[in-house]
Design a protein. Structure first.
Length: 182
């Protein structure tokens, strides 16, 4: 049976849904989620429900990536955050279903999708590509600071509006944000 999906902006989530997603992320990531909502900001959530609880979750936030070494071509992207499946409900298709819906939304609404992950095979199965070039964080003053620890962990999903000359071996930068820039 296919799990029902809930698609909603952060401000449309009911308090019980916020609590369920928070609990899901804490269990899946094995860490406290205190301050996480404020750190990432509002976005569009896709939640799969099963067995009376949030089984899987991902969200899209609007971000800007900068492509290339010199020109810093700015691209508005759907940046994917908080991809999680409850450990007791993994390998049942909930996470894949959420990410397929995320992919559809990105294709319909953005020039490019992006995310940072340590689980590339999962996303590769869904059509995501690993960014092979160097990664940077663009500071508030516009200066780019190398983020070498992220190299090989950034993935993108092309859409019909993706620049035709997208070079996965080129530089990529993201605007700075506190805690986890990528």
């Amino acid at each position: 049976m296919t799990s029902p999906l809930r698609i909603a902006q952060t401000d449309q989530l009911l308090p019980a849904e916020v609590a369920q997603v928070t609990e899901l992320c804490e269990v899946a990531f094995e860490e406290s989620w205190d301050g996480a909502w404020e750190r990432v900001g509002p976005g569009l959530h896709v939640i799969a429900w099963a067995e009376g609880r949030a089984a899987a979750h991902a969200m899209i936030i609007d971000r800007r990536l900068y492509l290339g070494h010199e020109a810093d071509l700015a691209v508005d992207v759907g940046y994917v955050e908080w991809v999680a499946t409850h450990p007791e409900l993994q390998r049942r298709g909930h996470g894949s279903r959420v990410m397929r819906e995320i992919g559809r939304i990105i294709t319909d609404e953005y020039a490019l999708g992006a995310l940072a992950t340590g689980s590339r095979p999962f996303y590769e199965r869904l059509g995501w590509e690993t960014w092979r070039g160097p990664t940077f964080v663009r500071m508030l003053d516009g200066q780019r600071v190398r983020s070498a620890a992220e190299d090989g962990h950034i993935m993108v999903q092309r859409t019909p509006r993706t620049p035709a000359d997208l070079d996965l071996d080129g530089a990529i930068a993201v605007d700075w944000r506190a805690a986890e820039p990528w």
